[in-house]
Write a protein that binds this ligand. Structure first.
Ligand code: CU
Length: 321
């Protein structure tokens, strides 16, 4: 499929970047190394065209508030933990103008992810866009602390690529950070058990397969959600780099079945720990299952201690669907 090709091209670019980095005797991160010299040499007008192939050639998403001339202007930078609030923001172009044309990806113009820095709280929201380009959505964050807001979108402009911009958000209140939940291949949410097969491999696309069951029986009637039978987001522990993850197959393509397996292709930019959040829809409700994965290592079979993870009900109430 198309995304598979893109990711393979990325792997090749990455390999090339390694060579370049060694050639000049430097040891910086290969993803950054690939990008920086290329961008300096490029004529600005040529940059957009030669960027085909993707997010691929870029550093991981979500680490920057501004990229490729687009800026996430977060109007709401603080909220109060446990109180409903409205999150408002604007995506601006290089001229400071609000972007008001987007390409739909996974059924939406823009996906907004809010995650706590300790990766315990997660929200996947779909804000509303006002005619002036301002986006807004209700949000309710149960715990105080630092959060990262990710806007995942593609401007509908010639040469524009998919972007994930990130900005900090603080929730005020008594703060008690938690440890990252231990790696586990299973997650439980609202009576559903989700099993993860496969693992993240640094620098290479790999398949992650999630299997959904309830009361010990495979769930074979998952409902389409955002153009697939599941939506997966992966965040790197430590800096919350945002990985692009693509579903393998889509409803109605003749081969993709509505469960119990849902497959994705994901590339980890480095080793280390990642938190995976799977949204899936069944019986009309979207639920989120979360896993900690160490890139390059298979996940242990035993379930993580439930005390580490925010209760499923909390993960759910943030869904703006
Ligand atoms: Cu979304």
């Amino acid at each position: 499929m198309k995304t598979g090709v893109k990711i393979t091209a990325f792997a090749a670019a990455l390999a090339g970047a390694f060579g370049t980095a060694y050639g000049v005797g430097q040891t910086f991160d290969p993803v950054v190394a690939e990008r920086s010299p290329a961008h300096e040499e490029r004529h600005p007008s040529a940059a957009a065209e030669s960027d085909h192939g993707g997010t691929a050639a870029h550093a991981p998403g979500g680490l920057q508030i501004s990229e490729d001339g687009y800026t996430l202007d977060l109007d709401t930078s603080t909220v109060t933990a446990g109180e409903p609030a409205e999150l408002r923001f604007t995506v601006r172009d290089a001229n400071g103008r609000a972007v008001d044309e987007y390409r739909r990806e996974h059924d939406k113009e823009l996906h907004l992810i809010v995650a706590s820095r300790d990766l315990v709280t997660y929200r996947h929201l779909h804000p509303e866009r006002a005619p002036d380009g301002t986006w807004s959505t209700p949000v309710d964050l149960p715990r105080a602390g630092g959060y990262r807001v990710f806007a995942d979108f593609t401007p509908d402009r010639p040469g524009a690529e998919s972007l994930t911009l990130g900005a900090d958000l603080a929730a005020s209140g008594p703060y008690s950070p938690r440890q990252l939940p231990r790696p586990s291949a299973t997650a439980r949410v609202d009576g559903y058990d989700v099993k993860l097969t496969g693992t993240l491999t640094p620098g290479r696309a790999s398949e992650l397969r999630l299997t959904v069951s309830r009361d010990g029986r495979p769930v074979t009637d998952l409902q389409p959600y955002l153009g697939a039978y599941g939506h997966l987001v992966a965040l790197r522990a430590g800096d919350l780099a945002y990985l692009h993850v693509h579903p393998e197959g889509e409803p109605g393509d003749g081969t993709t079945r509505p469960g119990p397996h849902v497959s994705f292709s994901a590339t980890a930019p480095s080793g280390g720990s990642y938190r995976l959040f799977l949204d899936f829809k069944h019986d009309g409700v979207v639920r989120t299952a979360a896993f900690t994965v160490e890139a390059g290592k298979a996940a242990p079979e035993q379930p993580a201690s439930p005390g580490h993870t925010e209760t499923p009900g909390h993960s759910l109430d943030g869904h703006g669907h």
